[in-house]
Structures are given as C-alpha cells and as structure tokens.
Design a protein around this ligand. Structure first.
Ligand code: ARG
Length: 469
C-alpha cells in the first residue's frame, strides 16, 4: 500500500526520499518493531477491536518475518522507514487485511516504543560489561593493597597512598556511572505505545496490557509526552558520556604513568603500538584513542540536546535525527568500555618505582606537620610553617625527607615558634615513612590496607547484588 497516494499527488524524488528516510539506522529497531506490532495486535484482538481471524494472520506473518530476518524486507528509501517496511511485508503475505495492524497506532508512538525496547537491551548489555570492569579493578586492587605510590594533586607529589587505594577511586566513579545508567533505565521503563499520533484513540485499547507484553513497568502517563519526549535518550547518553569520561581519565593516567619519566606502569604489548621510524618506541595508542573517543561521545550528547531543545510539543520529524546519534553513542561507549577494561587488566604496576617516588619528594610533609600538632601541641598553621621551611631548607641543601631528623626540625621550630619541638627521633622517623603514613590513615575511605580491604568487600557486595538483581 502506498502511504502517499491518498493525500499527495506527486512522488517524492529519490534524492528527497534518501534525505528523509530513517531506514539506514532503523535496522537497530527491526526486532523491536516486530515485537511492538505483535504486542499491539495481540491487544487489539483481546479487546475485540480487530477480528480474531485477521489478528491471527497478522501475527503469523510477523512470526515469519522474525524468522526470515531483516533481509526479507524491501529497504528502499521510498518506503520511508522500518514501520512501513514491516507493514508492507505483512501486506505482501496477507493482503490489505494487514492494514488492521495499524488500528489505534501511529508511527509516532511506535518509534518511541521501539527505541526504548532496543535501548533497554543495549543498556543491560553495557551494565553487564561495566560490572566486569569493576570486578577487574577489584582483582587488581586485591593484588596491590600494600603497594605504595605517591598520590598527586596538581600532578605534583602530594601524599603517600597505595595503588589499590588509587584504583578503587576509579571503581567508585564507575559504580556511580553504573547507578546513573541504571537510573536512566528505570526512568525510561514506561511505554509510549497507545499514545498513537499524540492524543491516544477512541478505540478501547488496553495500554497496561501492551506495556506488560513489551516488558515495561507500565504505560507513559501522558500521550503527548509519549510521542514528544526524547529525554530518555539525552539522559542515557549523558550517563554513557560520563562513563566515557571516567574511562578517559583512566586512560590519561595510563598514558602518563607509562612514560619514561613516571615508569609506574607497564601496559601489555597487545595494547601498545610502535613507531614506523623509531624502532625503540612503545606507544600507548589504545589509551589515546579512548581519550579521543570520549570527545565523540561529548559531541553526540550535545548534538542530541541541540536537536530537541526548541521543538514544539508532540512529534516533529527532527526527532528522527536524534536516533543515529544515540546508536553512535552506545556503540562508541560500548567498545571503549570493553577495550579500556582489557587494557587496564593488562597493566602491571611497578611497586618499586611507586615506593621510590613516594619517598623522593617530601610526600610525608603533611604527616610531619600533623605529628607536630599531636606530639608538640602546636597549632596546625604553625606546624605547616615549620615543615614548609624545613622542606625549603632541605631542598636548598639537597637533603631528602629521610635526612630530616629531630634536631633539624627543632632548630627550625625554635626559629619560627620560639621553642624546640622535642619530639622523639623514632616518632619523627615513623612520620617520614610512607608505609607508616599509609597504615595510620585508618579513617573511612582512606588508604590503610585494612580500610581498603573493607572497601573492596563493600564493592564486591555491590557487584554481586547488581549481578543477581
Ligand atoms: N522514522 C520516524 C522516526 O524515526 C518514524 C516516525 C515517523 N512519523 C511520522 N509522522 N512521519 O522518527
């Protein structure tokens, strides 16, 4: 049946049909469209809106299409979209009775429903792969609970921590990314079908039933909203882009840490490239591509938001242009997620180098100031000043943190506060030792091995519960 022949006189030029057709990316909603038609037809039969015999014929044809696959469809831009292609297929099988399938249904509610069905599946698959990522970090963290490194602020040595503590910071970000994706799934889990073009229908359809048949929590509350809104796409793509940002940050660190200057990490060769001219090179190309892919995600998000930002309410064809950006975003994120996970799993952390850097550049300074507060009963500001001066003098003299002793600190304290500190040498030494510093940070969220083990336990519980939910 030619959709245009009633109202319109002329045919669309091929160039215009190609320009306006969504068939190229409708491939992604082919299965969902069949399911949508099946549920709708079933409901129409149950509600006695269409004759049972015709409904059965429609369902039989749809089953056949399911088996034959998308190749059975005539995908010519003249048919406009997947909904018409499917309807044409059913018509080719059972004749004009196929037209009953479209009773009380519009392509407007259908496309919104199809997109949600397909996106929900995609989200479930991404969620699974994201949990695998968190599991990989847990395994790595277990291995590196006692592995010392220096933590950075402003990319300058700050305070000692462990590689496990650092890794788990990424795991917590990934956990929130997971929860955000999960939330957007739950918010989108209401079915637009039955909204029809925009104001439902006078046929006594049962929207709860189609929602149930299609695995939604229920129907969407307002039919105009049902066909107008794509915030479920924008929200999901934001959640994916945020996840991409976490992956990009992890990659950025691997790039820096695998440099000769840092030598903290060795990436697997299978995630590295070499140079066509410089034979010595081992380049972190995969991590660099991850970093760039996140820019693509940012672009998809902004494109989607920009398309929907000023549309008048209800269906506008502009919405069609959102769809390819959704799939580009899910595809980009999904491959980036899996590659980043395997790349991280291939990384070996250099514990010797980690500890060397942690001891090299006064990362114990905060603990030393804390010691003066605790043992010397000084206000923190005074202690901060004494240690700052001590570091400055030590740097001038070419001393390392471990070369500072009680006497050295006493002299500076005398000069700044008018009194020596008189802190026991042993206690000073302890405050300067990264391993001791880490052990003493037993506050919730801190790097002390026991605390990190607790947080690994909590994270494992989260993963287990998420897998079984
Ligand atoms: N191909 C369209 C889309 O992706 C389906 C809905 C078309 N509706 C319409 N009234 N032309 O949005």
């Amino acid at each position: 049946m030619d959709l245009r022949s009633g109202r319109l006189k002329g045919k669309m030029e091929k160039e215009v049909a190609d320009f306006t057709s969504s068939l190229g990316f409708d491939v992604r909603i082919f299965q969902a469209d069949i399911r949508c038609n099946q549920a709708h037809t079933t409901m129409l039969m149950e509600q006695e809106i269409i004759p049972l015999e015709i409904g059965k014929k429609i369902l039989k044809a749809l089953k056949e299409l399911e088996k034959e696959g998308i190749e059975a469809l005539k995908l010519d831009s003249a048919v406009e979209d997947i909904h018409m292609a499917v309807e044409n297929y059913v018509t080719s099988k059972i004749g004009p009775d196929a037209g009953f399938m479209h009773t009380a249904k519009s392509r407007n509610d259908q496309v919104a429903t199809d997109l949600k069905i397909a996106l929900k599946e995609e989200i479930n698959s991404i969620k699974k792969d994201l949990l695998l990522f968190i599991q990989i970090i847990i395994q790595m963290a277990e291995k590196y609970v006692d592995t010392v490194m220096v933590g950075y602020t402003h990319l300058q040595h700050a305070q000692p921590t462990t590689f496990a503590h650092h890794l788990l910071s990424h795991a917590q970000a990934l956990k929130r990314d997971y929860e955000r994706i999960h939330d957007s799934y739950n918010r989108m889990d209401f079915c637009p079908l039955g909204s029809a073009a925009l104001t439902t229908t006078s046929f006594p359809i049962n929207r709860e039933r189609t929602a149930e048949l299609l695995g939604f929590k229920g129907p969407m509350e307002n039919s105009i909203d049902g066909v107008s809104s794509r915030d479920f796409i924008a929200e999901t793509v934001f959640a994916l882009t945020m996840l991409g940002t976490t992956l990009s940050k992890i990659s950025e660190e691997l790039i820096i840490w695998s440099s000769y200057e840092f030598q903290m990490v060795e990436l697997g060769d299978e995630f590295s490239s070499t140079s066509s001219i410089m034979p010595q090179k081992k380049n972190p190309d995969v991590a660099e591509i991850v970093r760039a892919k996140t820019a693509l995600l940012n672009g998809e998000l902004v494109t989607i938001l920009t398309i929907i930002k000023s549309l008048p309410q209800s269906y506008n064809r502009d919405l069609q242009e959102v769809t390819p950006h959704l799939w580009k975003a899910t595809d980009t994120l999904h491959s980036t997620l899996n590659i980043t996970r395997e790349m991280l799993a291939s990384a070996e952390f250099n514990g010797v180098r980690g500890e060397e850097l942690a001891r090299a550049n006064f990362s114990a300074a905060t603990e030393l100031a804390d010691l003066m507060v605790r043992e010397g009963k000084l206000p923190f500001r005074t202690a901060h000043q004494i240690v700052g001066r001590a570091v400055s003098i030590a740097l001038d003299k070419g001393m390392r943190a471990e070369d500072m002793d009680a006497q050295f600190l006493d002299e500076i304290s005398q000069e700044i506060s008018g009194n020596p500190l008189k802190i026991d040498e042993k206690i000073v030494n302890k405050a300067l030792d990264p391993v001791e510093i880490i052990k003493s940070r037993k506050v919730v969220g801190g790097p002390a091995p026991d605390i990190v083990k607790d947080s690994i336990k909590d994270l494992k519980k989260f993963v287990d519960e998420s897998i079984s939910s």
